[in-house]
Ligand binder design. Structure first.
Ligand code: BTN
Length: 320
């Protein structure tokens, strides 16, 4: 409680706050303030000691646990991690509760799908949620679809951005990626012990556009996003959806937001590729393809490239 109040004061103060001033406002001794500051530092926060007092090296939108109200005991914030997925796995194996969230300001080894790296520049929002959904493993891909839908809704309500979903797990704005989802689970006798869903959202960062087009919220709107507010909005939506989780409803909602269905697509796994017309999503979140030979095939995993009709152009069809 005391640490929460100290953090609140520091985060809201534009100037460094002197120890005696903090002890006066909280009516505790200077030694007590110093001890709390040391404990906050040990928990990974950077608090600078200047001649004028203490200064917290965060911005007002930094998603510090105390900003999340009754959820705060399940929020773990780190300035830097190798990957939030690794930390979430450690916490999950130690038995942390459903809905535990691990946030990192920066990741040294942020992971993307298909063994790719996820660049984690400052200003983005990078977190993993530990879920104990009490569901069979087969349903977990549908949980990822639910995450994508709630990200679309949060982008709309917090930033006024109209995003859509791309199979399997991407959130795009006009063909450019604004958020990605990666999940890992551990299973016992077909029941999920935990499912860790890792989410990277380009909010106030300038994403590197290496081989795939990407965009951030600030690039689209010119306005910085309050990242803690965004995360609170998303967690609230997602918690509500999971409390009354309906795979069938999620699939239907996903289809309505999809930019994949109705497109000619190429699906690449680590071992093979196939091409077809994306015609449906099955009850487990698999993508149903109509193949050129008239057969149907359902794919559950892989990278999906949308093939644009190359009308009026001679070069190869563009892929997104
Ligand atoms: C993808 O689109 O390839 C998935 C990207 C997932 C990135 C997030 S950032 C937070 C979490 N930690 C990671 O190492 N990866 C996920």
């Amino acid at each position: 409680m005391m640490k929460k109040r100290i953090l609140e004061m520091l985060q809201q103060s534009p100037e460094p706050l002197a120890g005696p001033e903090i002890s006066r406002r909280l009516a505790v001794s200077r030694v007590a303030v110093w001890k709390h500051i040391e404990q906050l530092r040990k928990s990974g926060l950077e608090i600078e000691s200047t001649a004028k007092g203490y200064r917290l090296l965060t911005t007002p939108d930094t998603p510090l646990p105390y900003l999340f109200g009754e959820r705060s005991s399940r929020i773990h914030y780190y300035r830097e991690l190798d990957s939030t997925m690794n930390k979430a796995t450690v916490l999950a194996r130690e038995g942390c509760p459903d809905g535990t969230v691990v946030i990192a300001e920066q990741q040294r080894q942020g992971r993307g799908r298909m063994q790719r790296q996820w660049q984690s520049e400052a200003g983005g929002l990078y977190f993993s949620i530990v879920l104990r959904p009490g569901l069979p493993a087969r349903v977990c891909p549908v949980v990822n679809l639910a995450v994508a839908l709630d990200l679309v809704d949060s982008l709309e309500s917090c930033c006024g951005i109209a995003a859509r979903v791309k199979w399997p797990n991407d959130v795009l704005v006009d063909g450019r990626k604004i958020a990605g989802i990666l999940s890992q689970m551990e299973v016992e006798a077909d029941q999920v012990t935990f499912l860790n869903v890792g989410i990277g959202i380009n909010l106030n960062n300038q994403p590197a556009v290496a081989d795939k087009p990407a965009v951030s919220a600030i690039q689209l709107t010119g306005r910085a996003v309050h990242r803690a507010g965004f995360l609170a909005d998303f967690l609230h939506r997602f918690e509500e959806r999971m409390a009354a989780f309906s795979p069938a409803q999620t699939i239907a909602a996903w289809k309505a937001q999809s930019i994949t269905l109705g497109r000619q697509v190429k699906i690449a796994t680590l071992r093979e590729t196939c091409e077809g017309l994306a015609i449906d999503l099955d009850e487990d979140g698999g993508l149903v393809l109509a193949m050129a030979d008239g057969t149907q095939r359902t794919v559950f995993f892989g990278d999906c490239f949308h093939q644009e009709a190359a009308e009026g152009r001679n070069g190869p069809a563009a892929l997104t």
